[in-house]
Design a protein around this ligand. Structure first.
Ligand code: DGY
Length: 321
């Protein structure tokens, strides 16, 4: 059967696909525009989707054989999974495999903004380090502070576990309290979490409910000494409201791995020294990103073998193809 892979991926997982199926891969590291995507999907039985937007227009144009769209990524807001289900198309994602790596980056950017690592690096490279100054380039303590985690699923909990090592108080907000959480985190409502936390960190999926979850009103609840960390999806934060809060110094700084209009970044953020910016690299280690491809491949092989893939996220109506 034909598997269309929308973006270059490492050979190891793709070789497994090739053992049973014909693989047509976009060999470039370039997200395909809609017309190329539709052309690639015309006679495909499966799609391995890397970063492409698969909306109603694309789904209406795909060929009749398409059974599965295996998203490379845990977040699948790029795919209209509900509409795909009405056409009998399965949609899968890649949970678990990226949890710890994403939690690591979350801490990396949190610490970078708190301890001014990026600024300090620039300072040394610029030749400004001409002698030890005990009261220069001072940052905020992380250890012993309070972290507020919004979205306490797999990644949020992995962040919470790490916070224990820093002797921190962990607050979290989630749709439901989590049973048996080893971090000893305290469940609270969002507004109390925002008021009490020194670091507010976001791990919610993007949905109508979470778009602009952090808006001007909620930013205003944060302490002037607090930092915001976003490694979930850009539109969860109203980016202009964040810029306004940073300018007005009603919060101390922000660390962002995702952006509201990615890959565009609100220009003012680029000039702010109390902001750390990374290009959507939460799960970005070679091992993890390759393992994500392995998970997508497993989902495709299962679906094309007539089985329910392990990471199905929608409820397709009836069989297809
Ligand atoms: C994910 O897994 O959702 C990452 O953001 C990569 O898309």
């Amino acid at each position: 059967m034909k598997v269309f892979v929308s973006f270059w991926l490492p050979e190891a997982p793709i070789a497994i696909l090739r053992q049973k199926h014909t693989v047509v891969m976009n060999e470039e590291q370039r997200v395909l525009p809609q017309d190329e995507l539709i052309a690639g999907l015309a006679d495909a039985d499966a799609m391995l989707c890397v970063g492409s937007r698969v909306d109603k227009t694309v789904l209406d144009a795909v060929g009749p054989k398409l059974k599965i769209i295996a998203n490379w990524g845990v977040g699948y807001n790029n795919i209209d999974a509900e509409y795909a289900a009405t056409k009998g198309i399965m949609v899968t994602n890649t949970p678990d495999v990226l949890t710890e790596t994403t939690a690591d980056l979350s801490w990396a950017i949190l610490m970078a903004v708190a301890r001014r690592v990026v600024e300090a690096d620039k300072y040394v490279r610029a030749g400004d380090f001409v002698g030890f100054k005990p009261f220069a380039m001072l940052g905020a303590d992380v250890w012993g502070k309070t972290i507020g985690i919004i979205g306490y699923g797999r990644i949020g909990q992995a962040v919470g576990r790490r916070a224990k090592g820093f002797g921190m108080r962990v607050l979290y907000h989630n749709r439901k309290p989590v049973a048996d959480d080893p971090s000893g985190a305290e469940y609270t409502d969002i507004d109390s979490l925002l008021k009490e936390s020194d670091f507010v960190s976001l791990y919610v999926p993007l949905s109508d409910e979470t778009r602009h979850l952090i808006d001007a009103k909620r930013l205003a609840l944060m302490k002037p000494s607090a930092f915001l960390v976003n490694i979930s999806r850009g539109p969860v934060v109203d980016e202009q409201a964040l810029v306004d809060a940073l300018k007005a110094k009603t919060i101390a700084g922000a660390a962002l791995d995702v952006f509201e209009k990615e890959p565009e970044v609100t220009k003012e953020l680029l000039t702010m020294s109390n902001v750390v910016l990374t290009p959507h690299i939460g799960s970005g280690s070679w091992e993890t990103r390759t393992n994500m491809a392995h998970v997508s491949v497993k989902n495709i092989i299962a679906a094309l073998d007539g089985q329910t893939p392990p990471n199905l996220v929608n409820k397709p109506v009836g069989p297809r193809g």
